[in-house]
Write a protein that binds this ligand. Structure first.
Ligand code: GFB
Length: 319
């Protein structure tokens, strides 16, 4: 596939480099002949317009990868609607506007598969956007992400900015959040299965276990983003997924196998199921010449090892 955009010699700002996706982008970009720029939250609060504008003007990135976001699982989304809407709206507005102001050549905005209607036809194509009602547990986050991709389209239309958007499915991998109240399902079940194995108790999953979810290993997502930077320049967002889904119950079984947990799996029916299914169509990104390389079992095995390392270093720090 011919390259449209050259990364060689470019100054690339990864906004949100401490997060799971941002860290994977830094790992992936370190294989390119480019200069990676990052800035810590203690230096620039992305919710502060003046901070963001002066940092971008001073550091002059050529390319921006907007991976910074307030993220969390189903319960966090449902519990903190104001933060999920406000923080995401303001930080993406600040970064996108400052990038335009400073003449950034290319920007990639990362959204989420929750932008699509709750009952969208499966697999969900990019044109299903805004065709129906959203899932109530995460509509705040979804609306902020829809606004982000619309901002990219608006700046492209009005100012001809080369800003593109990628919509990844549910991501997992090293650097995930294992806090049970705020995490997504994979890190939560890795931790719960590990603790259940150690204590000899049951593994508890939320809801009915019937919802279907599509998962993508975070380094595959980072690779897709770099591919899109090089090969894509249009106003429609692009789905980034694995192309297959699995029920939460079967996912729990697979995680139990990876972790070596052999006890019973029980349900907490007081917790929400959320969207029944959100499998995205991978046709568009496939046609652009990209497909994932890490299987769910292989990715979960690496993620479990990363969890063990993370918890042993946390343990050593607190000892
Ligand atoms: O990953 P998750 O929190 O987010 O939950 P969503 C996926 C499914 O796993 C839901 C079930 O049906 C949960 O009820 N589940 C089972 C669990 N056990 C657990 C558990 O211990 N912890 C968690 N967290 N879930 C999020 C959105 O939706 O996905 C965000 O809220 C974002 O906005 C993100 O889009 C990717 O897939 O339901």
């Amino acid at each position: 596939m011919p390259k449209m955009f050259e990364l060689s010699g470019k100054r690339i700002w990864v906004a949100g480099h401490r997060g799971m996706v941002g860290a994977a982008l830094v790992r992936r970009l370190s294989r390119e002949d480019c200069e990676i720029l990052t800035v810590d939250r203690s230096v620039v609060d992305l919710r502060d317009q003046a901070d963001v504008h002066s940092w971008v003007l001073e550091n002059r990135p050529d390319v921006v990868l907007l991976a910074a976001a307030k993220v969390g699982g189903i319960l966090a989304n449902d519990t903190y609607p104001a933060e999920f809407l406000y923080d995401n709206l303001i930080l993406e507005t600040n970064v996108i506007h400052a990038s335009h102001h400073a003449g950034v050549e290319k920007l990639l905005f990362l959204g989420s598969s929750c932008i699509y209607p709750k009952y969208a036809e499966q697999p969900i194509r990019e044109d299903a956007l805004l065709s129906g009602v959203l899932e109530p547990t995460n509509e705040w986050y979804a609306i902020a992400k829809i606004a982000g991709l619309k901002l990219c389209q608006a700046y492209r239309r009005q100012y001809r900015c080369d800003y593109i958007s990628a919509m990844p499915t549910n991501l997992y991998g090293p650097g995930d959040n294992y806090d049970l109240d705020t995490s997504h399902v994979i890190p939560a079940l890795i931790r719960k299965a590990h603790e259940a194995k150690v204590s000899g108790r049951e593994l508890e999953i939320w809801g009915t276990g019937k919802p279907l979810r599509e998962f993508l290993y975070v380094d595959d997502c980072a690779d897709a983003c770099v591919h899109l930077l090089k090969h894509y320049s249009e106003d429609t967002h692009v789905n980034v997924g694995s192309g297959t889904d699995i029920s939460i119950r079967d996912l729990a079984g697979l995680i139990a196998e990876v972790v070596g947990f052999r006890g019973d799996i029980i349900h907490d029916f007081s917790k929400p199921d959320g969207t029944p299914r959100k499998l995205m169509s991978a046709e568009k990104i496939k046609a652009l010449g990209w497909s994932p390389t890490v299987s769910l079992r292989a990715g979960l095995t690496v993620a479990y090892q990363a969890f063990l390392q993370d918890s042993s270093s946390n343990h050593q720090r607190s000892a």
